[in-house]
Design a protein around this ligand. Structure first.
Ligand code: HEC
Ligand SMILES: [Cu+2]
Length: 357
């Protein structure tokens, strides 16, 4: 009846733990409801059954050992079952499976944001991207006051405390986007200390790691991903002076270059794979695009290390139509900013290593 309002009774079950947790939750809720039902129906029943009838007061009952024994032992059994089951759940919640130690994340709470660092070096703000079906452990601390890293869909929350490390683990089992909250009142901006948990399929996660999967349309890849680092290099090395949006006449626009067919001088055609991209940067004279002047300088190892070259190539592979920055862009926009070029009136900048933080 209320389905149209879409107010779920419980958050989605997005981790392995959440299923077991909910069974216990419903068990405790059910037993409590049953207990309340028994007590209140007895109460109402007794009001009538033992009422004064025709002016005659009912017989006075003074205690019953058998009854007292039963109403002590039966609830005790239930309470003990809560305890035993609860302890077992707690044991699961605090003891990560061995494989979770292979993926250790750190999170730092700060008034009023979450900073997440991946084991791969990727950094995210108010967002954590995980792979479906892979257990991870997360260790947290706080820069200022007590916060609490809470993900309702995983039935997981743990306090992050200044000067201390605390941790939790979870195994996401469902692709999707879930809420991340600060579950501990931490000052004026507490209600803004929220974020997103992004669970991706294996394939998308691999792309995300590389920086070529946009978490949301128009969003920058995470800091630390090869494509994002490559973008910084692209700006730093001034590739943009020739390859930019306005460059049509000077150098080819590099958008959607990966896997596309490139016509070369001399009439041959090649597919722009990783090797082609690599050669285009290391040795541009080798394969010159038909119709362009061979003015691109060769970038040797002294200028671009092998590692940097990999990042550059990742970036080129991530370029879709409209992605190439405009010539006036100097440093990358901070993480979280929409992927739009700077305003065209900004002056032509000196190269910077960029990075907003
Ligand atoms: C002086 C201007 C200039 C600079 C600086 C420059 N390029 Fe080029 N680039 C060109 C021109 C012109 C071509 C096309 C001719 C050719 O194939 O060599 C080209 C071709 C390419 C190609 C192959 C393009 C295609 O359409 O197949 C890639 C990839 C590339 N450049 C990447 C880079 C990167 C990365 C940098 C910075 C490290 C860079 N370029 C710096 C002028 C430049
Ligand atoms: Cu907080």
């Amino acid at each position: 009846m209320f389905a149209f309002m879409n107010i779920p009774l419980l958050p989605e079950q997005a981790s392995e733990f959440s299923k077991e947790y909910d069974v216990l939750f419903w068990y405790i809720t059910g037993v409590s409801a049953l207990g309340a039902g028994v007590v209140y129906s007895l109460l109402i029943y007794c009001c009538f059954a033992f009422a004064k009838k025709d002016g005659v007061a009912p017989k006075r009952i003074l205690g019953s050992n058998r009854l007292e024994f039963l109403w002590t032992i039966i609830p005790l059994m239930f309470f003990l079952s809560f305890f035993v089951w609860g302890v077992r759940q707690y044991d699961v919640a605090i003891n990560p499976p061995p494989e979770a130690y292979d993926r250790e994340y750190t999170v730092v709470g700060k008034q009023w944001m979450w900073k997440v660092q991946h084991p791969t070096g990727h950094r995210e703000i108010n967002e954590i991207t995980l792979q479906e079906g892979v257990a991870v452990r997360i260790t947290g601390t706080s820069e200022d006051v007590l916060h609490d890293f809470g993900i309702p869909a995983f039935r997981s929350k743990f306090d992050v405390v200044p000067g201390r490390y605390t941790s939790a683990w979870f195994k996401p089992i469902k692709v999707g986007s879930y809420h991340l909250f600060c579950d501990q009142y931490c000052g004026q901006g507490h209600s803004q200390m929220v974020g997103k948990v992004q669970v991706l399929s294996q394939e998308n996660y691999a792309a995300w790691l590389e920086g070529i999967y946009r978490v949301r349309d128009g969003k920058n890849p995470a800091d630390g991903s090869p494509a994002w680092e490559g973008r910084k290099l692209f700006l730093k090395l001034q590739c943009l002076n020739c390859h930019n949006k306005e460059s049509e006449s000077r150098a080819p626009t590099l958008e959607a270059i990966h896997k596309s067919k490139r016509a070369l001088q001399g009439g041959s055609t090649v597919v722009a794979d990783d090797t082609y991209l690599r050669n285009s940067i290391r040795n541009p004279m080798k394969e010159v695009r038909d119709g362009w002047k061979p003015i691109m300088p060769a970038y040797t190892r002294a200028q671009v290390t092998e590692e940097e070259l990999l990042n550059l190539i990742s970036y080129l592979k991530s370029l879709k139509p409209g992605d190439l920055p405009s010539r006036t862009e100097s440093s990358p926009a901070p993480v979280g900013a929409p992927n739009v070029p700077d305003s065209p009136v900004s002056p032509i900048p000196a190269p910077t290593t960029g990075g907003a933080r």
